[in-house]
Structures are given as structure tokens and as C-alpha cells.
Design a protein around this ligand. Structure first.
Ligand code: SAM
Ligand code: SF4
Ligand code: SF4
Length: 355
């Protein structure tokens, strides 16, 4: 077996079948959530991952270490709603003992953020992204089935106070729902020194309310924003970041993640690990690899690393591009996976694998 890098050596560079490196990891810390966003968790109740299967923070840090040995340097904590997992700052401190990690970010719906922002900052969390789709409390309630808009605002306000810079606000742009709020959201972000990123509505997991006509495309967003602001210029950027960034005439910036109309699979360097240790090499993948079982069975570190390496080297996923190809063939209609199948396997849900 090939020897892997030790902590003081450079990580072993691995590439998948399309030459894509392994660089970023989305670590889902829980599949539970305190909202029921229509595009993500349209049902009230779900089959939840069994509690005894959830990885401990120590297990998460150990698994993350194998990924960083193979090239990962950015980790994003997600869920479900990650702030529902008790004592997240402890996980952050554990992860930061790994010197290969250069950035730990958090994606949250913001509801519990005001209470936790300070301790997350003190634990060493680098960046925060809050998901916010509307500035209208009634719309928020309609979309999320919970009356929590005020707490999300408090959460957003707490980020800067705690010491964080570089706040991002992620908005799923939905035609006929919030397409009249694009500029308002950008202006709201400006007030909090935050960059807004508009995400095209994706037909993943349980997003069974997805329909092609609800997708607000990058082009449609740019046209609407151009009418409001005047000339919008793209910011040339290279690399694997999914967001394309743009600058307004006054210098303020925003991003668009055109995951549906212009998939970025060709540069995708992301892995996803669910809260119970299933590894997915694509957001659209219907089969994952169980890392919890070998970890708990005591598989030696070198073997587990080699297992992950082999998994990445055989990766052929390009889910969003394949969905796009189906669309060209006139075969893309509803969501990715039917509700019956979702009930059989909770891992297939967006909220299990972290978006
Ligand atoms: N609960 C946290 C939150 O909402 O920020 C983290 C998990 S959530 C699954 C991560 C991101 O996925 C959120 O920004 C959410 O808006 C996005 N998302 C969920 N379903 C989506 C869909 N169908 N299309 C596009 N983005 C989606
Ligand atoms: Fe909404 Fe995030 Fe919860 Fe999904 S996981 S329902 S996007 S808050
Ligand atoms: Fe990466 Fe899969 Fe998303 Fe394409 S669809 S960008 S391969 S996660």
C-alpha cells in the first residue's frame, strides 16, 4: 500500500477521473432543522438519522483529518441546521488542531446565531454564511413554515458584533416568489457589509416543489439588476468557487451561483460527509460510501485514507451537468428523487447532505 503523508508533509494530491482535485469538505453535523423551507424540506416530518449513528465530534475530526491528508483545506459546517448541534464551538476547536485546515466556514439559517456568534468566533470559526431568501416576514413564514424572521435578523446583526468580517447572505432565487426582492436584498446586505449570493433553484433531494419555470436564471437576474443599477460588470476570477461575482457601478459586489443553468461540475472539488458518516462525492449522487462503519470497526488510519483516496480517484460524478443534459432531451420535469424513495433513505435529502 502506498504510504500517505504525515502531518508535517505536504498532503498527497489526488485527482478524480476528470483530473479534479479534492479540496473542500462540507461536513453536515445534523440532519435536523428548525425551518421547513419549501425548496429543501417541504414535509413537516421526516425519517431522521438514528441518534446512535451520528458521528461524535472526535469522529468527525478524525475523518476530516483523512480528507485533509488528501488535499482538503477548506471545511464548511452545515446541516440540517448546524447550530442545532450542541456545542459546535468544541468541534471547531478540535478541527483547528489540524494545521492543514486554512478555513472553517458555517452555513446557517441564522435563527440560533445571536446566541452563539460570540462563542463561535472565539472558537476560531473563520466565516459565516446566513441563508436569507426574503425581507418580508410574511413571505418568510410562508416559505419556511415558521415565524422566525425576527430571530434571523438578530442573528445577522450579531455576526459583525461578534467580530466576524466577510459575512455572506445566500438567497435561493425563485421566480414568482422573491424575484422582486433582488435589489432589496443586495441593499440589505450592504447595510451589514455582507455580500449577497443568489443561488439558482436546484432540483436536488426533496425539493419536490421544483419546476423549471420556478428557476430564475443568472441571465434573468442580471437583466433585472441591470435595469435597477445600470451597468453590471463580471469580476474575472479563476478556480473552483461556484459563485460568479459581479460589481455594481458604485463598486458594491454580489454573486450568482448558477448551479442549474450553468453547472460548474468541471471544476468541482467538493466532498460531502453526512452527520452519520456517509460520504457523497456529488450533491446529486444517489449512492454514498459509509465511512462510519470502517471508522468504528477500527480500520487502520492508512487503510481508511487509502479507501477515501481510491473513492476519489474513481469519481465520475457531474450531477448537475447530467440534469442539464436531461433537460436538453426534454426529460427534466420534477425533482430528482420521488418522495417514496426519500422516505426509504434519508441520506438522499438535501438537508442530510448539507446543500
Ligand atoms: N440550514 C442551513 C441553511 O439553510 O443555511 C444549512 C443547510 S442548507 C441545506 C444549505 C443551503 O442549501 C442553504 O443556503 C439553502 O438555501 C440551500 N438550498 C437548499 N435547498 C436548495 C435548493 N433546492 N436549491 C438551491 N439551494 C438550496
Ligand atoms: Fe431551510 Fe436550511 Fe433547514 Fe433546509 S436545512 S429547511 S435550507 S434552513
Ligand atoms: Fe459538484 Fe455534483 Fe454539484 Fe456538479 S452537481 S458541481 S459534481 S456537487
Amino acid at each position: 500500500m502506498m504510504r500517505e503523508a504525515t502531518k508535517d508533509e505536504a498532503p498527497v494530491a489526488v485527482a478524480d477521473t476528470f483530473g479534479r482535485p479534492l479540496r473542500s469538505l462540507r461536513l453536515s453535523v445534523t440532519d435536523r432543522c428548525n425551518l421547513r423551507c419549501a425548496y429543501c424540506m417541504p414535509e413537516e416530518d421526516y425519517v431522521w438519522l438514528p441518534r446512535e449513528d451520528l458521528l461524535s465530534f472526535e469522529e468527525m475530526a478524525t475523518l476530516t483529518g483523512y480528507f485533509t491528508d488528501l488535499g482538503v483545506d477548506k471545511v464548511r459546517l452545515t446541516g440540517g441546521e448546524p447550530l442545532l448541534r450542541r456545542d459546535l464551538p468544541r468541534l471547531i476547536r478540535l478541527l483547528l488542531q489540524n494545521r492543514r485546515i486554512t478555513e472553517i466556514a458555517l452555513t446557517t439559517n441564522g435563527i440560533l446565531l445571536a446566541d452563539q456568534a460570540q462563542s463561535l468566533y472565539e472558537a476560531g470559526l473563520h466565516r459565516v454564511t446566513v441563508s436569507l431568501d426574503t425581507l418580508r416576514p410574511e413571505r418568510f413564514r410562508q416559505l419556511t413554515r415558521r415565524d422566525e424572521y425576527a430571530r434571523v435578523l438578530e442573528g445577522i446583526e450579531s455576526v459583525g458584533r461578534a467580530g466576524f468580517t466577510g459575512l455572506k447572505l445566500d438567497t435561493v432565487a425563485i421566480r414568482g416568489f422573491n424575484d422582486d426582492e433582488l435589489a432589496s436584498l443586495i441593499e440589505f446586505g450592504r447595510h451589514y457589509q455582507a455580500e449577497v449570493r443568489f443561488i439558482e433553484y436546484m432540483d436536488v433531494g426533496g425539493a419536490n416543489e421544483w419546476a423549471p419555470e420556478k428557476v430564475l436564471s443568472r441571465e434573468a437576474m442580471l437583466t433585472a439588476l441591470g435595469r435597477y443599477y445600470g451597468k453590471i460588470e463580471p469580476i474575472p476570477e479563476r478556480g473552483s468557487a461556484p459563485a460568479q461575482r459581479f460589481v455594481l457601478p458604485d463598486g458594491h459586489t454580489f454573486g450568482i451561483i448558477p448551479s442549474t443553468t450553468t453547472p460548474f461540475c468541471s471544476t468541482c472539488d467538493r466532498s460531502r460527509v453526512t452527520a452519520d458518516g456517509m460520504w457523497y462525492r456529488c450533491l446529486y449522487a444517489t449512492a454514498g460510501t459509509d465511512l462510519r462503519k470502517p471508522l468504528r470497526a477500527g480500520m487502520p488510519a492508512d487503510d481508511l485514507r487509502a479507501f477515501i483516496r481510491a473513492g476519489w480517484e474513481s469519481r465520475r460524478d457531474r450531477g448537475a451537468e447530467e440534469r442539464k443534459a436531461l433537460e436538453r432531451a426534454g426529460l427534466r420535469e420534477g425533482g430528482l428523487i420521488g418522495i417514496e424513495k426519500l422516505r426509504e433513505d434519508p441520506h438522499l435529502e438535501m438537508h442530510a447532505r448539507g446543500g
